[in-house]
Design a protein around this ligand. Structure first.
Ligand SMILES: [Zn+2]
Length: 87
């Protein structure tokens, strides 16, 4: 019995590039939100969300309207979590 088992695991890379970047769960966002067409918090599509709120696990930016971004800036990413949970 001569078998060589190859261990080719992907390796758990826990490298986090950004310190305070909130990573959104893409499953909890609508397509419009993932595409940046709608605010990730309040779903507003107009005015078009231009303020970065965080990103998706793959690094894609997630955006929000000025009002929600201001809320996040005034507090922190945890406040954003509460805001998202409230919906
Ligand atoms: Zn908003």
């Amino acid at each position: 019995m001569s078998g060589l088992s190859m261990m080719c695991g992907p390796g758990t890379s826990t490298a986090s590039t950004a310190e305070d970047t909130y990573v959104f769960d893409p499953g909890s966002l609508t397509t419009a939100q993932v595409m940046g067409d709608a605010c990730a918090v309040c779903h507003a599509k107009w005015p078009r969300p231009r303020r970065p709120l965080g990103e998706l696990p793959d690094g894609t930016g997630v955006y929000g309207c000025a009002e929600c971004a201001g809320f996040v800036m005034a507090h922190n990413a945890r406040a954003l979590e509460h805001a998202l949970a409230a919906h």
